[in-house]
Design a protein around this ligand. Structure first.
Ligand code: UT7
Length: 353
């Protein structure tokens, strides 16, 4: 049972549930190599990715989000929440938001429900938003879900993007608690630079394109990314944001037991750890088996590490992310003892919470 709400003076959001869900279809590098001018060797050596999961035809982001959300509620041992926050770059529709639909399908009709958009930084921005709702006393319990179906916006013939992205969903439950207990989220560092808008973009579908005269070119509906520049920004922004968070919390790099970066590219993750001065064994990664899953990547990596017992209660965990916008953000927390975390690759079990 969740603890009763803390007094306002040290009230904080505490992570008490975690889960991930991956659609069953696995797409290997070999499969991609059969239709694209690429190879397993190139993809593994340039990205660290061996396979990823794709949603089935007709499956949308909310379908993945519902599965992850249901499991996270089960992990937390709760049946209801005051708010549902979904963070995604691939909402079911541009209107309405995806969160109310997810809340309804989870039996949470009546809860506050809204989407947060910060591309691959979405989970950290969503965590800050959800934690803020709890800390401000607006909600006692929040379900936060990061979910993306990049397979729906990546051009399958674009060998640069088609090899990186995968689909998935990860979710956490936050409850009201105290700032000094394990699982309390914060400090945070969040930032953006809109001058880099064109580095990661889906040009069509929004008001900019709709208000323009003339027909829309089909490629404008696909994700466009300037990979090499994004790579450089990802390393420098995540490293700087991680450092800023440690400074805010008055911690040293050596105080970090586990760093869980947005799973963008294994070379990016290793560079961030190395630039921070963290030994490689403190880096948490699952990119080899899921690829870059956007807003789902950090909770999926956390769920994988928790289920494999490679992250332990009491460890100081640093989350850091970078994505389109440009956006970046980091968060520190001490890992809590979670009652139950299923492995995200276990795609079975769709019981009610
Ligand atoms: O989620 C947050 C945002 N996204 C990211 O963080 C992704 C950041 N960027 C990356 O991960 C990497 O830039 C990529 C994986 C996208 C590309 O890797 P790269 O090492 O930066 O490759 P590159 O774009 O510099 O291309 C090197 C070469 C090029 O050939 P030439 O011009 O040297 O002859 C590309 O045409 O590799 C070629 N190439 C490929 N070759 C085989 C690009 N994609 C492929 C491919 N297979 N799939």
């Amino acid at each position: 049972m969740p603890a009763p709400p803390a007094p306002a003076r040290d009230r904080a959001a505490v992570l008490c549930g975690l889960a991930g869900w991956l659609p069953p279809r696995v797409v290997t590098n070999e499969e991609l190599s059969r239709r694209l001018d690429t190879s397993d060797t190139w993809i593994r050596s340039r990205t660290g990715i061996a396979r990823r999961h794709f949603a089935a035809p007709g499956q949308a982001t909310s379908d993945l989000a519902v599965e992850a959300g249901r499991r996270a509620l089960r992990s937390a041992g709760v049946a209801d929440v005051d708010a549902v926050v979904v963070t995604t770059t691939t909402p079911d529709r541009s209107c309405p938001a995806t969160a109310p639909l997810v809340a309804d399908r989870l039996g949470l009709t009546g809860a506050a429900a809204f989407d947060v958009g910060a591309v691959c930084t979405g989970f950290v921005y969503g965590l800050a938003s959800a934690a803020g709702l709890v800390a401000a006393g607006v909600a006692d319990r929040v379900l936060l879900i990061g979910a993306d179906t990049y397979s729906t916006i990546v051009d399958p013939h674009d060998r640069t993007n088609a090899i990186i992205f995968g689909d998935g969903a990860g979710a956490v439950v936050l409850r009201a608690g105290h700032a000094d207990e394990p699982g309390a989220v914060g400090h945070f560092d969040l930032g953006s630079d809109g001058a880099g808008e064109d580095l990661i973009m889906v040009a069509a579908g929004g008001s900019r394109q709709r208000s323009a005269p003339g027909p829309v070119a089909a490629p404008d509906h696909h994700l466009a990314m300037r990979g090499r520049e994004v790579f450089r920004h990802a390393v420098t922004r995540m490293t700087a944001s991680a450092r800023a968070t440690l400074t805010l919390a008055d911690h040293k790099v050596d105080d970090v037991d586990r760093i869980v970066p947005h799973q963008a590219n294994l070379r990016i993750l290793r560079s961030v750890a190395e630039d921070l001065g963290l030994p490689p064994e403190r880096l948490v990664t699952n990119i080899e088996s899921v690829g870059n899953t956007g807003a789902a990547s950090i909770p999926l990596a956390l769920a994988d590490a928790t289920a494999r017992h490679t992250i332990h209660a009491g460890e100081r965990v640093l989350l850091t992310a970078f994505g389109g916008g440009l956006t970046w953000g980091s968060c520190l927390l001490t890992w809590p003892a979670l009652a139950r975390t299923d492995h995200p690759h276990d795609t079975g079990g769709t019981q009610e919470p």
